[in-house]
Design a protein around this ligand. Structure first.
Ligand code: GLN
Length: 279
């Protein structure tokens, strides 16, 4: 089977499995299997796959057919241009979340040695990307589950950041709340209970604890606003990723808690994805 044939076979298999973005995924898979760049693939598309590569492709497609997340299959995923180890027990980094990082970086510009807190950190993609982009920042990442925190620890090492610290702790118990921060960011679980059944087949493989935000999806926003507002410096910013349609409700929670300068940012699909406010 040539690279070109493998690419077409991959696209067809993904299409049959009901996967949407088959061109993007097929390219990722062929790159992963061959170890070639896009440009190299274009000039070598008549090269045959080795038996090893062909086996690897078959194994990948078997897993994708049952909609096992591509991120878990690869074991790593790129987010904000950085690589993160991912797998069962950790929420996959999503492009929508990059908007939160971009907004955080705009806010941090010009602040000296800012202290940053990332709550419900998961893989650590948000806090680590901030730590990497702002070398004089001190970033604390809080994660509740040990299995998830192991990814977080490895991702800190993998990205070579000296200015990020992982803490095992629960936001319900105000982990790491004793310090004062310039910025608190969080992509907490926010899917309402009633919508859990309708998440994508891939998301069903991801930890429920990273997704379910209580009956109306807003539990963690309430808790974080309630327990961490006092951990912000004056003029500090709180910035959340929110679920589809939740922006208004989260803004109202912030307003009721006395926050000002409340605003939102849209993701790449035009959904109001980030809600931020200043103390
Ligand atoms: N964006 C994720 C999804 O819709 C949810 C992540 C979260 O709850 N923070 O699948």
């Amino acid at each position: 089977m040539t690279i070109f044939e493998a690419y077409n076979h991959t696209k067809q298999t993904l299409e049959k499995a009901g996967i949407e973005d088959v061109v993007f995924e097929a390219k990722q898979i062929i790159r992963h299997v061959t170890g070639l760049t896009n440009a190299q693939i274009l000039t070598r598309y008549t090269n045959p796959l080795t038996p090893y590569q062909q086996n690897m492709l078959t194994a990948i497609l078997r897993q994708r057919e049952i909609r096992y997340p591509l991120q878990y299959i690869f074991g790593e995923w790129s987010f904000c241009g950085n690589d993160f180890e991912v797998g069962p027990g950790v929420l996959c980094p999503r492009p929508d979340t990059e908007v939160l990082v971009e907004h955080a970086l705009r806010f941090l510009k010009g602040r000296e040695q800012p202290a940053v807190l990332d709550l419900c950190a998961g893989s650590g993609c948000i806090g680590i990307s901030i730590a990497k982009a702002v070398p004089d920042a001190q970033v604390t990442l809080v994660e509740k589950f040990e299995v998830t925190k192991r990814y977080l620890d490895r991702n800190i090492r993998r990205n070579g950041v000296q200015n990020a610290t992982a803490v095992l702790g629960d936001v319900l118990e105000q982990a790491a709340a004793e310090d004062r921060y310039d910025l608190i960011v969080s992509n907490p679980p926010y899917i309402p209970e009633g919508e859990m059944a309708t998440v994508s087949p891939e998301t069903k493989f991801e930890p429920e604890a990273a997704l379910l935000g209580g009956q109306d999806g807003l539990d963690f926003f309430r808790v974080i606003i309630d327990r961490y507002t006092q951990s912000l410096k004056p003029d500090g910013m709180l910035a959340f990723e929110v679920g589809f349609g939740e922006s208004g409700a989260v803004q109202a929670l912030l307003e009721n808690a006395g926050f000002g300068d409340i605003g939102t940012t849209k993701d790449y699909n035009g959904v109001e994805r980030v809600v931020f406010a200043k103390k």
